[in-house]
Write a protein that binds this ligand. Sequence first.
Ligand code: NAD
Length: 359
Amino acid sequence: MDYEPVKFGVVGLGMGQHHCKAIAAANGAELVAVCDIDMERTNKMVQTYGCKGYSSYAEFLNHPGMEAVCICVPSGMHADFGIQAIQTGKHLVVEKPPDVKAAKVQALIDAAAARGVKMEQIFQQRTSPLNRRIKDVIDSGRLGKLVGINALLPWYRAQSYYEDVAHGRWKGTWALDGGGSLANQGVHTMDIVLYFFGRVKSVFGKFGVFTHDIEAEDHTVAILKFENGAMGTIMTTTCAYRGTDQILVLFGSRGQIRQSTYLEAWQIMHDDDPKREKEKAEEQEMLALYGPREARGETTANDPWALSSDGHQAHIEDLVRAIRTNTDTMSSPVHAKHDVEVIEAIFESGRTGKEVFLS
Ligand SMILES: NC(=O)c1ccc[n+]([C@@H]2O[C@H](COP(=O)([O-])OP(=O)(O)OC[C@H]3O[C@@H](n4cnc5c(N)ncnc54)[C@H](O)[C@@H]3O)[C@@H](O)[C@H]2O)c1
């Protein structure tokens, strides 16, 4: 579908550089302005994309004709920056997480609703075709009664990652990162776990700082009890040299799915299939589509810059569609607020030593 291009601006030009690339590649999007207090980053984007550069956020928000803003500043600034943009009538793309406090996410949601603007929440795992197939299988009931989901994020970040003095040394802090391995890297894992298994009723968590000089945590483990009765676990770390990709195992009374870098198992019962022929044929088909491929190069398991912008492009195109057709976005801070609530509950549990119940 061809839409009248939406004019985008991007604030925060670390991950925001990927947003610029995604906007330039997306259908129905045009990059008109960028903003960062680091003029080196701003000038690089101005030169690459021929857009206007700003160091003042207030001036950037007044850029003529700009309709949507990608919020890519440090996580604890998302809601404040988002609300400011909403007050000037802008639609938003919000980098993950929507903010580091659920109460601030709610303020963002309320502001967008009051002004009638759309918000797209970046969680690029939701745009993956395999994850959409898994979601369909769960929602159609083919896995049967949902029993368990277990997620591991054994990643690695060098100490230098946390020491970016030029950009505020905010990673691994409570105030601006909301934590460390769970709130920053692991929020992707939390989001996909909740996308598949739904809302969480209670958590029991432990966290600590093991191999980095940071304030919050570089290793967290938690037990999740879901509203639907299933039980799961999540482990996130940035201590696991050399990092490997996220691992997910999910199962119900009629099936099990395992994926890491690629799909590893897709075993779902069929009725009237005593020799499991239909089951095996379906697994072969799924492995052919999503199973192991040739080895890839470096990934974000070790290097935060090794990120493809495909997922971001899908999010940008989804916001364009939602704006031009006046429909809902596929991913928004409305659902992502629960990710933040669960993460806050895990840290509360870690501090108190008690199971924490979500309201
Ligand atoms: N989707 C993903 O996979 C992914 C990956 C990495 C980071 N992120 C998210 O992107 C966001 C930014 O992370 P990052 O790694 O790019 O951090 P970063 O520190 O490299 O970049 C943040 C940028 O914001 C700028 N900034 C700070 N205050 C500003 C202000 N007042 N006005 C204008 N610019 C300002 C900084 O100068 C810096 O360039 C975070 O919320 C993070 O969670 C998402």
